[in-house]
Write a protein that binds this ligand. Structure first.
Ligand code: ADA
Length: 562
């Protein structure tokens, strides 16, 4: 399954398959990597992560992935990488053509093919933790930082002037008016002549002025149908020239926040769902298509209409499927409990902004994405962090004013920046990370925690902002049953989520909930993991092999009752 956009005219290849592989070692000096000396004695799958394979489990170091490709001499090339981790350097015929320091981001690298027809593409992957080189991921983050090529790899041979993307913004849901921003690169003309067709229909010719590499046009989509979670209707637009063509898929819908509600096309929505990691015990962050489907099928069965894609940019195929199936999605850039020291670091600050901007640009056309997020549980209670928050809100709103923007806060009443946000989003674990550490089953902490928080927010003048419980959960080890129904048993988790899910469903002041989390996922492997049995975050309603725990039917009953 190739995610949108589709390219109808240019030559491109999907390079997924068996690549030559060479593990260089655990303490390689990146400045002295010598490609000529590399011995490629193994094969590795792409997409794939080497540190989840039998030979290199949990290893950190530097590795080379190589493949041979054909490309016409002296052509403009574009490598499209769906996502890598944790850090990468790209070589074409032995020459460095780019580096990637944004784990999970879809990234494009442009270069010239050079002489000859046969070429060698090498992707160096480094999964060592190094804040200076790769500031977005740290060891203490509560998910595992894998090493490899997480998602699909495409190699494009570009025409003289290429259509990079066409971003469609719905402007009027009554008339189907949309604006289309066409991003060009290469030899860019002053006026861009192109054909355009909606839904594979009749082509019409246009010629628009180009400004800073962008041409734009406003049009009404003929016979349009609105996208909604209940009726996820989609449209396509194809933009083509004599030697290039791109097809983008989009949906026409309007997302607004009013009087504590989130509305899609004016209709209030109760968001019911889960936080989900892209993680599997066998393949790490690599998502085989049946796994994507399985997860979404389970989510549907649970009665969910909402997924919070934690804590990084999502696989574009996942978002395509969410578009088709009518899920509402919160997509966020990478962050996990970052500190004022992080925000004061220029490398970290810049990488945050770049990844957040890319997030919006890459996922712009997905109607399922209704919320942009960033900085999960960052330090939002310290004044010195304001600049980071302000900058990210501004960055997102500068790219896209048609969606809601928020961040998941775990600072509750101490949070200083809720006023900037379109939604108040709270991560909290009352009765799990409990106030009363002596009580066997502190389940009675859940309801007052939310009641008090809501009261506090309303008093603070934030009554009109929608409120999402962006995380709540309890750990349970699959198959562990206990008559005391205590912590880590499936019983405790089921009792816990019954209270939380029903609270969210019944309380009109709660606009949505994304339970932490959909499925168990591997996390840090250091002594941080002492609070994480099996070095897995065990708060999944399903285990890491997608086996439902007791809580499954409980949540399903609560969500479906709505
Ligand atoms: C946080 C965090 C999650 C996870 C969770 C937990 O809220 O956002 O990634 O770590 O806590 O399991 O404690």
């Amino acid at each position: 399954m190739k995610a949108f956009p589709q390219y109808s005219k240019r030559h491109f290849e999907i390079l997924d398959g068996a690549w030559d592989f060479c593990f260089l070692g655990e303490s390689v000096d990146l400045d002295s990597v010598n490609l000529k000396k590399a011995a490629y004695n193994e094969l590795m799958p792409v997409p794939g992560v080497f540190d989840a394979t039998p030979k290199y489990p949990g290893m950190r170091g530097t590795a080379l992935y190589r493949c041979k490709v054909a490309a016409a001499p002296n052509s403009r090339m574009k490598l499209r990488l769906g996502g890598i981790g944790l850090w990468s350097r790209i070589y074409w015929d032995g020459n460095e053509v780019g580096t990637i320091d944004l784990p999970y981001s879809g990234v494009e690298i442009d270069f010239l093919s050079g002489k000859g027809k046969e070429h060698e593409l090498v992707i160096l992957i480094d999964n060592r933790l190094d804040f200076k080189r790769c500031p977005l991921f740290s060891q203490y983050y509560d998910f595992y930082g894998f090493g490899g090529i997480y998602r699909t790899v495409e190699l494009h041979q570009l025409p003289e002037c290429n259509i990079n993307r066409a971003r469609v913004r719905p402007l009027d849901i009554k008339t189907g008016l949309v604006s289309i921003d066409i991003e060009l690169s290469g030899k860019i003309p002053a006026r861009f002549a192109f054909n355009l067709a909606f839904d594979g229909g009749k082509e019409e010719g246009f010629c628009e002025t180009v400004k800073d590499g962008h041409a734009s046009i406003k049009l009404k989509v003929p016979k349009f149908k609105l996208w909604s979670p209940e009726k996820p209707n989609l449209h396509t637009v194809t933009i083509s020239t004599i030697d290039d063509g791109i097809t983008e898929r989009f949906g026409i819908r309007e997302v607004t926040a009013e009087k504590g509600q989130i509305k899609v096309n004016g209709k209030p929505q109760k968001l019911l769902g889960y936080c989900r990691h892209e993680s599997h015990m066998e393949f790490g962050p690599v998502q085989p298509l049946p796994l994507l489907f399985e997860d979404l099928q389970y989510l549907k069965d649970l009665g969910c209409n909402f997924v919070r894609g934690t804590h990084y940019p999502q696989d574009q195929r996942f978002l395509d499927l969410c578009d088709q199936l009518g899920f509402m999605v919160w997509e966020e850039s990478m962050g996990w409990n970052n500190s004022p020291e992080h925000f004061a670091d220029k490398g970290f600050f810049d990488a945050q902004v770049r990844q957040t901007q890319l997030l919006v640009r890459n996922s712009f056309n997905h109607p399922s994405v209704i919320i942009w997020g960033f900085l999960n549980e960052g330090n939002s209670e310290t004044r010195s962090c304001e600049k980071m928050y302000r900058t990210l809100f501004k960055t997102i709103r500068g790219e896209d004013s048609s969606r809601l923007v928020t961040y998941a806060s775990n600072r509750a009443e101490r949070d200083l920046f809720f006023e900037m946000s379109d939604i108040i989003s709270l991560n909290t674990y009352p009765g799990w990370y409990a106030k009363d550490r002596e009580k066997a089953r502190p389940l009675d902490e859940i309801v007052p925690c939310f009641d008090n928080f809501i009261r506090g927010m309303d008093k603070r003048g934030l009554k009109d902002k929608p409120f999402i419980i962006s995380e709540i959960g309890a750990g349970a080890i699959y198959g562990w049953h206990d008559r005391f129904r205590v912590h880590w048993s499936e019983e405790y988790q089921a009792d816990y989520l019954e209270i939380a899910a029903n609270y969210a469903v019944r309380n009109p002041r709660v606009t949505g909930i994304s339970i932490w989390h959909f499925a168990d996922a591997r996390t840090y492997t250091s002594s941080y993991a002492l609070g994480r049995p099996r070095t897995i975050n065990d708060k999944g309603t399903l285990d890491e092999f997608r086996r439902p725990k007791m809580a499954y039917d409980i949540v399903k009953r609560a969500f479906r009752k709505k």
